[in-house]
Design a protein around this ligand. Structure first.
Ligand code: ASP
Length: 324
């Protein structure tokens, strides 16, 4: 990390004299610990493995990072066994599956949908919001109407399995958000394509048995996801309320802008969140980050957070370091 900071300062001084050669210098001076060649895809949790596979297929064929992250996370959205994303997501406490998603590209464009029902691929609706409307975010009925107008099919998202879990939960109806430390499947993905452009996507059914109308961090630009192609990107998972209070993804990118490596930036942002939440031992928040040069990082409050990293021919799960 220290070396990274030195490189940053070195480049700042050199920049005025050697701007045309900066790319060459930047490659030669990569931080060795976590730096890898493009294209790269990094995703949250186990479901990230299949999502990475699809994103990598697109990137290796010369596709851009926006197409890669959209199609990548759609794999998780379409998986009915995954009870935290898209179809099959666990419902809210009134029995409705409500979905949140957002997407950002390397030009700083952003799109988001929230509290969306009966649509299988909220990430694609978020992309349409970004590309076809003057807005960044549509919610609820408005988002649903827009999706239908755009040709998305109406689908019942509540699978038998999730309905059964909800029926079981109703026996006690204890309103306690389920955020365990090892079994989230909200998927956040960051990709850097062959041209070095970064995009990110984040999609979720949110907390199981949440209050009807509850929205977490995942569709909020700067909270669940942030990308600035000059610097890098970050995506968060875990207790959305804590991420919302501290705008974790934006914060990570800003720490990277200040010259910190993605790893250090993730540690600083989780450190800030921990400091602001005296009850942090009771929940999980985890973050992954990727910078412009191909350095990556990850950090979590609790042990048990896994992320999937794909580059070259490899696509593997790794466990992030944690604060506790
Ligand atoms: N961040 C998501 C939310 O709060 C949940 C998760 O990542 O598991 O809705």
């Amino acid at each position: 990390m220290r070396k990274n900071r030195r490189n940053f300062l070195f480049k700042a001084v050199l920049g005025a004299f050697a701007a045309p050669f900066l790319n060459v210098i930047s490659c030669a001076s990569r931080t060795p610990e976590n730096s890898i060649d493009f294209p790269i895809v990094i995703s949250t949790w186990y479901a990230g493995l299949n999502a990475n596979k699809e994103a990598m297929r697109i990137l290796k064929n010369g596709g851009n990072s926006l197409d890669a992250v959209e199609k990548g996370v759609k794999i998780a959205e379409a998986d009915a066994e995954n009870q935290y994303v898209g179809i099959g997501g666990k419902p809210d406490r009134d029995g409705y599956v409500t979905l949140d998603a957002c997407i950002m590209d390397w030009n700083g464009n952003a799109g988001s949908v929230s509290f969306l029902q009966d649509i299988k691929h909220p990430i694609s609706v978020a992309r349409r919001v970004m590309e076809k409307t003057p807005h960044v975010m549509l919610v609820g009925e408005g988002a649903h109407q827009f999706a239908l107008e755009e040709g998305f099919e109406k689908v019942d998202l509540l699978t038998k399995k999730s309905q059964k879990d909800w029926t079981e939960w109703k026996k006690t109806s204890e309103y306690k958000p389920i955020i365990n430390t090892e079994n989230h499947d909200t998927i956040g993905q960051l990709a850097i394509d062959k041209k070095g452009n970064i995009s990110g996507a984040c999609t979720t059914s949110g907390m199981a048995f949440k209050m009807h109308g509850r929205v977490g961090d995942s569709p909020i630009i700067g909270a669940g996801l942030f990308v600035d192609n000059e610097v890098g990107g970050a995506v968060a998972t875990g207790l959305g309320e804590a991420v919302l209070r501290t705008l974790t993804s934006f914060l990570v990118v800003e720490f990277m802008r200040d010259g910190h490596s993605p790893q250090k930036a993730c540690e600083l942002a989780i450190g800030r969140l921990v400091k602001k939440h005296s009850n942090h031992k009771d929940f999980q928040v985890a973050i992954i980050a990727l910078d412009k040069k191909g350095n990556y990082g990850s950090f979590a409050i609790q042990k048990g957070f896994e992320y999937a990293l794909a580059h070259g021919d490899s696509n593997e799960l790794a466990e992030a370091k944690s604060a506790i």
